[in-house]
Write a protein that binds this ligand. Sequence first.
Ligand SMILES: *[C@@H]1O[C@H](CO)[C@@H](O)[C@H](O)[C@H]1NC(C)=O
Ligand SMILES: *[C@@H]1O[C@H](CO)[C@@H](O)[C@H](O)[C@H]1NC(C)=O
Ligand SMILES: *[C@@H]1O[C@H](CO)[C@@H](O)[C@H](O)[C@H]1NC(C)=O
Ligand SMILES: *[C@@H]1O[C@H](CO)[C@@H](O)[C@H](O)[C@H]1NC(C)=O
Ligand SMILES: *[C@@H]1O[C@H](CO)[C@@H](O)[C@H](O)[C@H]1NC(C)=O
Ligand SMILES: *[C@@H]1O[C@H](CO)[C@@H](O)[C@H](O)[C@H]1NC(C)=O
Ligand SMILES: [Ca+2]
Length: 509
Amino acid sequence: MPSLTRFLAFSTVAVSLVGKYSCGPISKPAHLPTDCGLIYPAFQGVPASNADPYNFNGTSTDANSIASTAFRVNQKSGATTNAPPNLPAANTTVTAVDGDMVIPVSRRSLSSIRTIDNDMSRRTNSDYEQVFGGTGTESEDRDAAIIGTAYLTYTLVSNSTYNVGDCLAFCDATAGCVFVNLYYEFNNEMLDHVYSQHSNLKCAAYGDVHSAEEKLNFGSQSLSGTSDGPLTYIQQSSGWTSKSFGDPSTPEGYDPLPDLGGANEAPGYMGFVFLNKYDVDACAAICNAQDPDDVGGSCKYFNIWRAVVDGVPTTYTCALYYIPADTSTAINYGQGNLTVTQSRGYKRITYVLDGGFEDYACDGLSFCYTDTTAGWLASSPKDGYYDASIFHYQPYAHSGEAVALLGSATGHDNYSGMLTYGSSLSTEAGVRYVIEFFHSSFYSGREGEVDAFVEVYWNGSLIGTIRPGYSQWKYYKFEVVGQGNDELYFRGGKAPSYDFIDDIFVMQA
Ligand SMILES: *[C@@H]1O[C@H](CO)[C@@H](O)[C@H](O)[C@H]1NC(C)=O
Ligand SMILES: *[C@@H]1O[C@H](CO)[C@@H](O)[C@H](O)[C@H]1NC(C)=O
Ligand SMILES: *[C@@H]1O[C@H](CO)[C@@H](O)[C@H](O)[C@H]1NC(C)=O
Ligand SMILES: *[C@@H]1O[C@H](CO)[C@@H](O)[C@H](O)[C@H]1NC(C)=O
Ligand SMILES: *[C@@H]1O[C@H](CO)[C@@H](O)[C@H](O)[C@H]1NC(C)=O
Ligand SMILES: *[C@@H]1O[C@H](CO)[C@@H](O)[C@H](O)[C@H]1NC(C)=O
Ligand SMILES: [Ca+2]
């Protein structure tokens, strides 16, 4: 490995020279300015400013905040008495953001999200089973309708019989429906005289399964049309669920994890939202749109789960992370009367492998550098020398131990180097992608770094330039449209202006 040989040569030199020479390169080419005080990166110089390395201690999931919010949120509903039948199913909405309730009128609408593809195959009535039966046929008998989570919409089915069949067919036809509540509602003028169905047999569709203990709507409203008329009441309220509703379809740009069991308690946590239904596409869209963390960058993983409080479905948590979590941290099964159910994890697909350069190790040493790794190629223009490089040296890195550098590592020249991803990305034409990375240019101090710059090239086209001058680690993001099998490279640095790049990600926007 030639680079290692070079490294050994340099490190030997460096050991004997650091401290002795603190002014200019070892054999200073005539064209270089005198950089008194600067020891070049290849000689393991100390950056002019050296912020403490970031650590992810204390960035773990705030399970207590999620639980306490779950106890306060109220997103249970049913077929309201004044809404007409057959409205389109309610779109997914956010009911809470971190600890704060989202007021329904100002609900952050997720209407920009594609409606959920309901990929459940067509079902027949035999694919349903009864969860609970209804009671009451005599005029004095009373029952109650469900007030529960993930209410979608309702219809009126013919009441010439207790029409379970048409109600289940309605569930089949309603995207996301896994449960229906069928019941008679009496003394409602709208049902009796206004709606064209002329039926008082309501069929309410839900995106989650509910039980008899959620029969909480007893009617008792004055809807007969006369102010002193009889109040509404419910009879024969039964519940039916589809026997099998498989895994949700995986959102675009994500890979599913195997079953989690519990909810993640993992570092890199960015907060949570509650959704009004279990909607992986909505959670993915929220992850994609989440503002990046200053240190961790964008959302790269989400954990969606259903909170059941005292046996009753209560809310749907969408927890966001900038570090992809895995099954090993899926250890939160609930607390007190709250149970974590249906926990699933989805990892955002990244098209660049080893964007943090951590595959480059030094066989136990703490310092080495190279111009080639398994994933990356660092190159110089003609007559340039190490104008781009990859370093394994923790003080230079944003995360981990390794990082890329643009600008002659040895101070040999002032040419700009190129850092090229070694293979074309498995991107597709017409799809929007984000390129994100962290950058710093503080190595040579304020004066030395005036010319710091990085150009970002996507499939051969310059799509962005940064000229930050002297700068601490900072997050950058560019959006591009794929042309298919795109290529990614960076160009920049101009010694003694050094540009460090770490944690490069390309993901679907
Ligand atoms: C982070 O936590 C680990 C384990 O608790 C500990 O060993 C390490 O010192 C902590 N790092 C910092 C910088 O606090
Ligand atoms: C749901 O979102 C779609 C797509 O933006 C929108 O056209 C529709 O009106 C919304 N439906 C409701 C009930 O808000
Ligand atoms: C069917 O619904 C209509 C309209 O609400 C109502 O007038 C009628 O009494 C209902 N029939 C039965 C059998 O409940
Ligand atoms: C569940 O426990 C929480 C906190 O202990 C409490 O506030 C809440 O009322 C309980 N809910 C039910 C339905 O028991
Ligand atoms: C870069 O080097 C060239 C000679 O190779 C020199 O003419 C030029 O002034 C240098 N630029 C800077 C900004 O130092
Ligand atoms: C993308 O770049 C490759 C290699 O430079 C080139 O062959 C291809 O035509 C480019 N695609 C488009 C759509 O420009
Ligand atoms: Ca790194």
